[in-house]
Design a binder for this molecule. Structure first.
Ligand code: SAM
Length: 276
């Protein structure tokens, strides 16, 4: 039996991750907010631009792009996140932003050609990245631009890795892979260049961005947030193991508590490319 593309990610984003992101959208958004200005400047959406946002999630960045673009189409595989983005668009009166539930790898929206394809942490989860970016390149007009924000590797993103280590004190932490669907799936610069080149893009440039990652207002907030969206891990522990994991989490967040909240180092790639 063959499995449909992205079956695991579809299940995840329509299941536990979709629920966590719907419930905690603002927390996630505040976490990476220090990258917003650089990302939006690179997108540089103009009044004539039709923009495709891949993996648009709760839609906050798509809605900000829609304040200057002609029209923004968000595509996301997660039905609950598409619903949330639509509700937010309606509440903001942004009728030039629409959100479509579809898999961008196999079924990108066909209302292009698009002037700009963007993705804010939404393009690292494809089973077949070359196939996905080939479709996205074809969705652009000739000369159209691609702008991506992706995480660099685990060693530069302790906000994620140290939390995983704290959650798994008695075994090796399951750090997401850098060569498959995962938050770190486009963290390797050589892989980004090779995938985008094979998909038909030219002028691929990666800019190294660093910013603090906000993980909560204080250690209590950070623990609450982490526990909620890692419930499956903690529910698998007996009482003693659960207590050890929670103690390590609290100690970690205490060590990163500042006047501006719980802050960790983080690093991203701002990727720019072009369809020839
Ligand atoms: C880390 S979230 C980022 C969401 C949003 N762009 C943001 O930054 O707030 C990743 C998003 O990519 C979406 N996604 C994953 N695989 C996808 C695919 N094959 N097609 C479309 N969306 C996908 C997920 O459903 C999720 O909403």
């Amino acid at each position: 039996m063959t499995t449909a593309p992205n079956a695991e990610q579809r299940a995840r984003w329509n299941g536990p991750s979709g629920t966590a992101w719907t419930e905690y959208a603002e927390h996630f958004e505040r976490g990476y907010a220090d990258y917003d200005a650089a990302y939006l400047a690179a997108v540089d959406a103009r009044a004539e631009d039709l923009v495709l946002d891949v993996g648009s999630g709760p839609g906050a960045l798509a809605l900000r792009i829609a304040t200057t673009a002609r029209r923004v189409v968000g595509v996301d595989v997660s039905a609950p996140l598409v619903d949330l983005a639509r509700r937010r668009a309606q509440a903001a009166g942004r009728d030039n932003a629409i959100f479509v539930a579809a898999d961008a790898q196999v079924d990108p929206p066909d209302e292009g050609p698009f002037d700009v394809v963007v993705s804010h942490f939404g393009s690292m989860f494809f089973d077949d990245s070359v196939a996905a970016f080939t479709s996205l390149c074809r969705a652009l007009r000739p000369g159209g631009r691609l702008v991506l924000l992706t995480w660099q590797g685990p060693e530069r993103n302790p906000w994620q890795v140290e939390v995983l280590r704290a959650l798994h004190p008695d075994q090796e932490a399951p750090i997401p892979p850098t060569d498959g669907p995962s938050p770190f799936g486009l963290s390797d610069a050589a892989r980004v260049r090779s995938v985008l080149g094979a998909a038909g893009f030219v002028d691929v440039e990666l800019e190294d961005l660093r910013a603090p990652h906000w993980s909560g207002a204080d250690p209590d907030d950070a623990v609450r947030f982490t526990v909620t969206h890692n419930a499956a891990v903690l529910d698998g522990y007996d009482e003693a193991a659960r207590r050890r994991a929670l103690d390590r989490l609290r100690a970690l967040f205490e060590a990163h508590h500042t006047r501006d909240g719980v802050l960790f180092d983080s690093a991203t790639w701002l990727v720019r490319a072009r369809r020839p």
